[in-house]
Design a binder for this molecule. Sequence first.
Ligand code: CP
Length: 356
Amino acid sequence: MQSRHLIDLCDLTTEEWEELTTLACDIRENPERYAHECDGKIMATLFYEPSTRTQMSFQTAMLRLGGRVIGFDDPNNSSVSKGESLKDTVRVVSGYADLITMRHPMAGAAKVASMYSRVPVINAGDGGHLHPSQTLTDLVTLRNEKGRFDDLCIGMCGDLKNGRTVHSLIKTMSRFPGNSFVLISTPSLRIPLYVRDQLIKSGCRFEEADSLADAIDRLDVLYMTRIQKERFATLEEYHEQSGVYILDAEKMKAAKEDLVVMHPLPRVDEITVEVDDDPRAKYFEQTEYGLYARMALIMTMLKKTDKQLATLPIGSLHACGNPNCITNRERYVPRVFRRESDMLVCDYCDEHTLEP
Ligand code: CP
């Protein structure tokens, strides 16, 4: 892997995805061979936002590799509650640990952390933006449960606007030949522009749909997602969107016999518990694949020995239009944009705004 950090799985090549998933599968088959791979190493888990799977699977992964873990799972129990900046926290922790995994409610936060860290940073979810280690988990699941990454008709259903797992997975799967997407959501929760752009650039076929029942018989993979309550401005807006898509045994009757149902979890009400007993439901297996995916990721990232701090870019005077972008909270961060036709695209959160 060329990059010292993992911020977006799309920063890696498809060959690197293959290497990581191959390693994850080998760890699953032969865990004893890897039990001392990280002896003497320390990983810090900085979780500014709640998590069960990502945090605990990263921690378990490091412990199973022989390493140790420090960190916090509630910023109120750290000096963040006293007003410490992300920059200072990361700079300090990178003097204690060999690797940092970080979850944060603001889009682009992991990228900012990587700019001020001397050790590799893994993005464990940055707001409603990206979730690369979940996507690596999803790749390991597909490899084991579907046997391939290409020629798949993939249905993504639920909160496609705010679901970071959705954005990372679409960006990744659009790079494999023959894949197509059915993007099932209400009109208010369609994919953001940067994900749509990626689909168009890659030439990947996709359609947007309102009905899960109408689409399910065509799908090879169905990726259900939770409506992301924490990303809505008001509870009223959330309730307008919740409970619309529910996968139940009745809908499963119309699905292919070899459909694979995935969900990053946690689930609320979007998959009824009766579906759990259907052999096509793979979401609990998916959580276990996540452990091996993260073991492979930790081993690979710890091989990055360059401890130089990054050279900071020169910032723009223009501000990002996304209120949930990290640059609008941590004001010292140089604002950086790339130009795409007549739009400015924020380098941290991928928000598109018209050039001023
Ligand atoms: N899939 C996922 O990110 O779950 P957690 O929020 O529990 O980590």
